[in-house]
Design a protein around this ligand. Structure first.
Ligand SMILES: Nc1ncnc2c1ncn2[C@@H]1O[C@H](COP(=O)(O)OP(=O)(O)OP(=O)(O)O)[C@@H](O)[C@H]1O
Length: 231
C-alpha cells in the first residue's frame, strides 16, 4: 500500500528547472528524511506536493486522489509545518487552533483536550489569547506545530522541524512525529540536523540540484556518514 506517489514531477521557477523528473513513493507509517545541500530543492518539493507551487510535468497522487483533478480531497489529506511559521496576524493563538478544528472538521472535545496537553507541554499557556506578533519565533513555531499535529492526515510534511525549537520542544516533537507514524501517517521531513534522524526516520532521499541522487534505509545512510566522519 502506498500513501504518496510522485511520478516524473518537474517544477520550474522563473523558467529555471528546480525539480527535474522527481519520482518516489511513500508507504504508510513511515518517516522519510529529505536531505541535501542548501538550494537542492527540498522546500520546493514540499511546496509542489502541497500545491503551493504548480507542477509543470508529472503527477502527484495522495491516498488515491490526484493533486489536480481531486484537489480538495487531496489537500484535506495533508498537514504541513513550514520552515517559517505562517500565522495569521488577525487571529489569536486559540483562534488558530479553532481554525484547524473547523477546517479539518475535527471533534472539538477530543481535540481541545489534545490542545490543552500541547499547550502545557510547550509551555505557552500564557500565550493562548495573544496575537502572533506578541510571540517569539520559537513560540510561533510551537503554535504552528500544534496546528499541524491536530488533524490525523495521511501525509505530514515538515520543513526543518527543529529550527528555532529548544531541546525539550524538539524531543517532544520527535516523540509526536513517531507516534503519528505509528498511527499510519506518512511523514516527509527536511532537516540539516542529521544527528536527530537516528530512531526517528526510516528512510532517506538525497536531493541534489533538483534530482534524487540516492535513497534507501536511514541505517545505511547513517552508517556511511559515521564511516565518513571517522575517516
Ligand atoms: N521564489 C523563488 N524565486 C527564485 N528562485 C527560487 C525561489 N524559490 C526557490 N528558488 C530557487 O530554487 C532552488 C531550490 O530552493 P529550495 O528553497 O527548494 O532549496 P532547499 O533545498 O530547501 O534549501 P535550504 O536547505 O537552504 O532550505 C534554489 O536555487 C533557490 O534559489
Amino acid at each position: 500500500m502506498t500513501v504518496l506517489i510522485l511520478d516524473q514531477v518537474t517544477v520550474n521557477i522563473q523558467n529555471k528547472a528546480i525539480l527535474k523528473g522527481i519520482s518516489f513513493e511513500l508507504p504508510p507509517s513511515s518517516v522519510t528524511a529529505l536531505l541535501g545541500h542548501n538550494g537542492a530543492g527540498k522546500s520546493t518539493l514540499l511546496k509542489a506536493i502541497l500545491g503551493i507551487l504548480k507542477i509543470r510535468e508529472g503527477t502527484i497522487q495522495l491516498a488515491g486522489n490526484d493533486q489536480i483533478t481531486s484537489f480538495l480531497a487531496f489537500k484535506s489529506s495533508i498537514s504541513y509545518i513550514p520552515e517559517e511559521p505562517f500565522l495569521l496576524s488577525e487571529l489569536t493563538v486559540q483562534q488558530h487552533f479553532q481554525l484547524y478544528i473547523e477546517s479539518y472538521q475535527l471533534d472539538p472535545h477530543k481535540t481541545n483536550q489534545r490542545i490543552e496537553h500541547y499547550i502545557n507541554t510547550f509551555e505557552i499557556h500564557d500565550k493562548v489569547n495573544q496575537y502572533p506578533e506578541a510571540l517569539s519565533k520559537g513560540m510561533r513555531q510551537k503554535v504552528q506545530a500544534i496546528c499541524a499535529l491536530l488533524p490525523e492526515t495521511d501525509l505530514l510534511l515538515i520543513d526543518e522541524p527543529f529550527m528555532g525549537l529548544d531541546v525539550f520542544a524538539t524531543d517532544f516533537l520527535i516523540a509526536e512525529i513517531k507516534q503519528k507514524a505509528e498511527r499510519g501517517t506518512a511523514i516527509l521531513l527536511t532537516t540539516h540536523q542529521l544527528d536527530r534522524l537516528e530512531g526517528l526516520a526510516n528512510y532517506y532521499m538525497m536531493l541534489q540540484q533538483g534530482e534524487i541522487i540516492d535513497h534507501g534505509k536511514i541505517e545505511n545512510f547513517l552508517e556511511l556518514k559515521r564511516r565518513f566522519d571517522q575517516s
